[in-house]
Design a protein around this ligand. Structure first.
Ligand code: CP
Length: 305
C-alpha cells in the first residue's frame, strides 16, 4: 500500500505513469467509467475547499465508485475532540482510499501511519498539496509540451502557498528548469526550500520584488493569492494583499506563448480582464484536476483496465 503525502512520494517514473494515464482517461473517459465499481473514496476535509474536494469526488464517481466524507471539522467528531489517528482507524473500515485536507502541517502524514487504506494529502497547512502539483504538471505537459527547459515565475504569497512549495519540489527533478521567485520580502519562500532544495540541488533561481522587470523571461507565470487564513494578524494581510495584480497591461511584455497558471481560488491577484487572454489557462488547469485524480486513485488501488 502506498500513501501520497508529498509529491516526492512518487518517483519520476510513477509520476510519468500517472500523467500518461490521466491523459488516456482524458482522451477516452468512457473506457474507465466502471473500473472502480464497488470502491469507496472518503473525503476528510478539515479545511474549506471547492476544487480539491469536488474534483476528488467527481473523479471517483467518474470511475464508477462511491464517495463519503465530511467537508469541515465542525461537521465531524473532530469538533468533539477526536484525533486524526482515531478518525482514520475508523474510516479505514468504511472506505478503500481517502483524501485528507487539514490546516495542521503533517496531519495527513500522521493519519497515514495509522491507516490501513491509502491516504492522499489534499493539502496540509502551508506545507504540501501533491494532487495540485500533479494537476499543475499535467497542465504544463499538455499545454506546453514539456516539463524541462522552462523558466517558471512564481508570484505572490510564496511563504504560505503550499502549491508553490509542492511544485518547486517536483520541478527540480526535471533538467534545466529555472525559477524566478517574485514576492514581497515578508512572503518569500521558506528558508528550508532555499537551502535544502534549491541550493542543495544547484538549481538556478532568483528572488525579486518586481514582476514587470522579469515578465519577458518567463515561460510560465504561476500566480498565487495572499493566504489570509495563515496570517497571524490582519494588518499584515491588508498591507500585503494587493502586492501583485496581473492585468492586460502587465502582460504586454510577456512572451506570446507564456502560460498563466493559478491553483485557484483567486481573490484579486489576476484581473478578470485577463481571463479571455489565450495565455490564461487556470480554468482549464482546474478541469484537468479531475483526470489526474482519477489516474491517482486507480494507481493507488492497483486498478488496471
Ligand atoms: N486549488 C485548490 O486547492 O483549491 P481548493 O482550495 O478550492 O480545493
Amino acid at each position: 500500500m502506498k500513501h501520497v503525502i508529498s509529491p516526492l512520494d512518487l518517483s519520476i517514473n510513477e509520476l510519468a505513469e500517472v500523467l500518461d494515464l490521466a491523459n488516456e482517461i482524458y482522451e477516452n473517459p468512457q473506457k474507465y467509467s466502471e473500473c472502480c465499481h464497488g470502491k469507496k473514496l472518503a473525503t476528510l476535509f478539515y479545511e474549506p475547499s471547492t476544487r480539491t474536494r469536488l474534483s476528488f469526488e467527481a473523479a471517483m464517481l467518474n470511475l464508477g465508485g462511491n464517495v463519503l466524507g465530511f467537508s469541515s471539522a465542525d461537521s465531524s467528531s473532530a469538533a468533539k475532540g477526536e484525533s486524526v489517528a482515531d478518525t482514520i482507524r475508523v474510516v479505514s473500515s468504511y472506505a478503500d482510499i481517502c483524501a485528507m485536507r487539514h490546516p495542521k502541517e503533517g496531519a495527513p502524514y500522521v493519519a497515514s501511519t495509522y491507516s490501513s487504506i491509502p491516504v492522499i494529502n489534499a493539502g496540509d497547512g502551508g506545507h504540501n498539496h501533491p494532487t495540485q502539483t500533479l494537476t499543475d504538471l499535467f497542465t504544463i505537459k499538455k499545454l506546453k509540451g514539456r516539463l524541462d527547459n522552462l523558466t517558471i515565475g512564481f508570484c505572490g504569497d510564496l511563504k504560505f502557498g503550499r502549491t508553490v512549495h509542492s511544485l518547486i519540489n517536483a520541478m527540480v527533478r526535471y533538467p534545466n528548469v529555472k525559477f524566478v521567485l517574485i514576492s514581497p520580502e515578508e512572503l518569500q519562500i521558506p528558508n528550508y526550500l532555499r537551502t535544502e532544495v534549491l541550493d542543495a540541488k544547484n538549481i538556478e533561481y532568483k528572488e525579486v520584488k518586481n514582476l514587470d522587470a522579469v515578465m519577458p523571461e518567463l515561460d510560465l507565470l504561476y500566480m498565487t493569492r495572499v493566504q489570509r487564513e495563515r496570517f497571524f494578524n490582519e494588518e499584515d494581510y491588508i498591507r500585503l494583499k494587493d502586492s501583485f495584480i496581473l492585468d492586460l497591461q502587465k502582460l504586454e511584455n510577456a512572451k506570446p506563448d507564456m502560460l498563466i497558471l493559478h491553483p485557484l481560488p483567486r481573490v484579486n491577484e489576476i484581473a478578470t480582464e485577463v481571463d479571455d487572454d489565450p495565455r490564461a489557462v487556470y480554468f482549464e488547469q482546474a478541469k484537468f484536476g479531475v483526470y489526474v485524480r482519477m489516474a491517482l486513485i486507480m494507481k493507488l488501488l492497483n486498478i488496471t483496465v
